[in-house]
Design a protein around this ligand. Structure first.
Ligand code: ZN
Length: 530
């Protein structure tokens, strides 16, 4: 079994960076060998046979090499060039994650057996050596230090063509998984982001809906699968069956053979999401909360959307290509959201520019509000928030003890009298039996839901004798439109029932959402929206 000079140092428990730099050598010329081993190390599969930064500076083809997705990493600087090409900046620190083929584990065990090195003896890991080698160039290129807790991660995943074949013998040992692990293994932590199939690359900004299906971590599945294969192999290797050196010596044709290929590398950079939150006010009707496209025609319904009005500015500032929007409920497209607004938060995915100042947040708010004439949307209290706050938005907004306030313009089938206003004002904790509204019954279970009208008030509209302004405070989940017109008798009693006539609703606005959620933990500045 021929090991490279770097692996020899690892087995000698060397931790001297200079020694590794001297030991790592470029592979033999690859011209025409199409990934063949070319004398790749039988332990690290060529992963450590790379040039130092100094040697790399002499290589002219570096940039061309960095542009390829699958790299044969020939020099340490490739990591840095790849990282820079991903465009991230302003990070507080970087994490360098290395995902190795499982065959490096079995080969290392075979190496220990042939050399009589017991399990207690420490051998420097391949990932440790890579991290040491890359530290200087990564630090210079990214302008920050390595930090294992950093939100920005650079991952180098090595793929080895014979990995499955060489580690197949491990499957004779069953894997003992904890309940938690089994869940993760079969469901996949991030699989829900990938329902739509394979990740698309190079989606254009014109594809205005693409950001709605944006994955929180686009590489999670790809890297987690490989990482899990490695971890599974490590667990199986702990079995007593493999403890005896003779096992490895008798299976040397698999575990000690010269590799047919050199391991190839995929390098990706990713920044964990940042979150912003606040309250939005929708001043125009005809604006849906999220982009609405008719499935049949592919045509848009309504004018823009609340999500786009906010995220077009936010994504631009964070140099991100996708986000997810969360809010405390939603109003119908033809309903305005007034007064203090509705709590919302955006999860901004893979920001290339993750750090923004308080001034820039304020500027984002001003920019969104300056476009209100076109979008009909304003925000207030915009601030950076946390993942926990993002997920907490609206979590309790539909709970039955929550209340909402509305103002509606209604018309009835006769003149409005002073007696009508008295009838309305007398309503207190009126329980209304609501069958699922006709307009949503195709997508919701048809059932009767009792909801409470907490109180109401009304006022006449000068010049419109058959109309009135109705103010309501209701339990969350009350369908206001149906309460007014009765939905063909499916809501009882209705406003029409109370007044003994027919009633219709002309306009509806939400004036208060009862949700104590606060993205910053501080009281919002209510004066920022007029
Ligand atoms: Zn090696």
């Amino acid at each position: 079994m021929s090991a490279c000079a770097a692996c020899e140092l690892r087995f000698a428990a060397c931790v001297d960076i200079d020694a590794y730099v001297r030991a790592c050598a470029p592979m033999a010329p690859r011209n025409g060998d199409d990934g063949a081993s070319g004398g790749a190390c039988a332990v690290c599969l060529g992963i450590l046979q790379i040039a130092s930064d100094a040697d790399a500076r002499a290589l002219e083809d570096g940039e061309r090499e960095a542009a390829r997705r699958v790299l044969e990493i020939d020099d340490v600087g490739a990591f840095a060039r790849r990282a820079v090409s991903r465009g991230h900046g302003g990070m507080a620190g970087y994490r360098f994650r290395v995902v190795l083929p499982a065959a490096t584990l079995t080969r290392e065990r075979a190496m220990r057996a042939t050399r009589g090195i017991d399990d207690a003896t420490r051998v420097t890991g391949i990932d440790e050596v890579l991290r040491m080698l890359a530290r200087k160039s990564l630090g210079e290129a990214l302008g920050c230090e390595e930090d294992s807790t950093a939100a920005y991660a650079l991952t180098a995943k090595y793929k080895y063509g014979d990995d499955a074949k060489e580690t197949e013998f491990l499957s004779s040992v069953s894997l003992k998984l904890s309940k938690e692990e089994r869940k993760g293994k079969f469901r996949g932590k991030h699989l829900k982001w990938h329902k739509g199939g394979k990740r698309k690359r190079g989606t254009t900004e014109a594809d205005f809906l693409s950001h709605l299906s944006s994955p929180e971590d686009p590489f999670a599945e790809e890297f987690e699968t490989a990482e899990r294969a490695y971890e599974d192999a490590a667990k199986r290797l702990a079995d007593a069956k493999f403890a005896d050196a003779s096992f490895w010596l008798s299976n040397s044709d698999v575990t000690l053979a010269a590799p047919r290929f050199r391991a190839r590398c995929i390098v990706e950079a990713f920044h964990e999401p940042v979150h912003v939150g606040g309250w939005y006010v929708k001043l125009d009707r005809g604006v849906p909360q999220s982009p609405w496209v008719m499935r049949e025609t592919g045509k848009r319904v309504g004018r823009g959307s609340v999500v786009e009005a906010i995220e077009s500015v936010v994504l631009d500032k964070f140099a991100s290509r996708g986000a997810k929007f969360n809010s405390s409920g939603r109003e119908d497209m033809d309903v305005r959201m007034l007064s203090e607004g509705r709590p919302f938060a955006s999860q901004v995915h893979d920001p290339k520019r993750p750090t923004v100042s308080a001034d820039e947040i304020a500027e984002m708010e001003r920019t969104i509000n300056a476009k209100c004439d076109q979008t009909g949307v304003r925000v207030r209290g915009l601030c950076l928030t946390t993942k926990e706050h993002y997920h907490a938005v609206g979590q309790h907004s539909e709970e039955s003890e929550k209340e909402k306030s509305y103002v509606a313009i209604c018309r009835i089938s006769r003149r409005v009298t002073a007696e009508d206003h008295k009838t309305i004002a007398a309503v207190s904790n009126l329980v209304v039996q609501q069958s699922t509204p006709t307009r949503v019954v195709h997508r919701r279970t048809d059932m009767v839901r009792p909801r409470t009208i907490v109180h109401m008030s009304s006022e006449p509209i000068p010049g419109a004798p058959d109309a009135l302004i109705l103010r309501l405070r209701t339990q969350a989940g009350t369908y206001i439109k149906e309460f007014v017109h009765g939905d063909g008798g499916r809501t009882k009693p209705s406003l029409g029932d109370l007044l003994g006539c027919k009633a219709q609703i002309l306009q509806l606005d939400v004036t208060e959402v009862d949700d104590a959620w606060n993205p910053s933990g501080a009281a919002p500045n209510a004066e920022s929206v007029q």
